[in-house]
Design a protein around this ligand. Sequence first.
Ligand SMILES: Nc1nc2c(c(=O)[nH]1)N[C@H]1C(S)=C(S)[C@@H](COP(=O)(O)OP(=O)(O)OC[C@H]3O[C@@H](n4cnc5c(N)ncnc54)[C@H](O)[C@@H]3O)O[C@H]1N2
Ligand code: MOO
Length: 408
Amino acid sequence: MPGHEFFTALTVAEALRGFRPGRRSAVEIVPLDAALHRVPAAPVTTPAPLPGFARATVDGFAVRAADTFGVSEGLPGYLDVIGAVRMGATPTTGVRPGTAVAIPTGGALPPGADAVVMVEYTQEAMPGTIEVVRPAAPGDGLVRADEDVPAGAELVPAGRPLRAQDLGLLAAAGVRELAVHARPAVAIISTGDEVVPATTTALRPGQVRDATAVALAGLVADAGGAPDPRGIVPDDAGLLDEALRAAMKTCDLAVVSAGSSVGARDETAGVVAGLGPPGIFCHGLAIRPGKPTLLAECDGVPVIGLPGNPLSALVVFRLVGVPVLRRIGGCLRPPPEPRTRARLARQVPSAAGRLDVVQVRLDDGVAEPIFGHSALLSVLAAADGYVLVPEAATGLAAGAEVEVVLYQ
Ligand SMILES: Nc1nc2c(c(=O)[nH]1)N[C@H]1C(S)=C(S)[C@@H](COP(=O)(O)OP(=O)(O)OC[C@H]3O[C@@H](n4cnc5c(N)ncnc54)[C@H](O)[C@@H]3O)O[C@H]1N2
Ligand code: MOO
């Protein structure tokens, strides 16, 4: 019977290294205010140096630094104030030896000046004349015309999702739109005769609401993808084949939940094997939970078969699906996941040779493992994060310092 062979389990690291579908989502132009978290398809270089003119970084007086050399509280220097810089305007009055021009923070440095003395280091000696009591070196109290971004410099790299500060820098440089990867379209197909839409009010005995699809859609959206939930397919090879082929016409990644194990009704592997070359990359990962996972690429579309247990499906998609999805979306530098260090409240057993993903609750620097079968979705909902027990380890000792990857 198809699907009854034993898994040939790869480690998660081997799978991530080896399964590298070449598919990339299309490139589209978006306006800057719609570009948060989008992935630039090419580096964006500055059209001009920034800030573009030398500007004061303090409120004070634009001066020639040489005029202040050697001054002190006891021996102030005297300068004639011959004008004031207006914000947003080109300064008209230049600074000559023995003179100063009043300037606000951010004002354009007048010609002739090479430093700005803070107002706190001056006082009015008489109307139109200031005493300067601290010397200024050239460059003090200002930023140069290209100090923020030199001519031709890169504002944002390709492949790193845009953060709020990136948008700010692009805005400062006058970039109004940019080329980004389209959000990869991720078809989400649930399977199982017992699975009914999540909107079902009254369940018949043996039925379960589709818990996986909406949760996967959340993970997809969090990772920059566009979820395309395509409903529930019964345990029928022909219908799954039809659903997958229809999805593959438009999606960048197809995800099937359940049916990836070795039971009589587990059709996913057989169907995926017939979808087109190169076909199945691996069936079975050395991970708990999540062993019955299938990775394939069929006619240019990556296909991921996830375990039926919703907890397992979500764990595997986070660890294996998200990196694949990000790469399809052109993301070369994924944002680092938030992590924290904690002490393990109790011992965690684990078999050598597989990666264990242990859900934990965090309390004041202590990570409390939440034990429970992977059929129990509440375990995942109760968790603040997870701890990985590497393949080589046979468990973690109580009190061990562990790294917790946090759910946001
Ligand atoms: N003889 C073996 N049996 C099982 C193995 C094994 O290695 N040998 N592995 C177990 C593990 S681990 C898992 S996980 C499951 C995965 O099996 P499938 O991927 O074939 O999934 P199903 O059997 O169809 O479903 C498992 C479980 O999850 C429920 N389910 C499925 N889809 C949904 C959904 N969208 N929303 C909510 N719940 C869902 C389904 O009703 C089942 O209870 O196999 C073990 N068995
Ligand atoms: O590994 Mo299954 O994926 O434990 O529930």
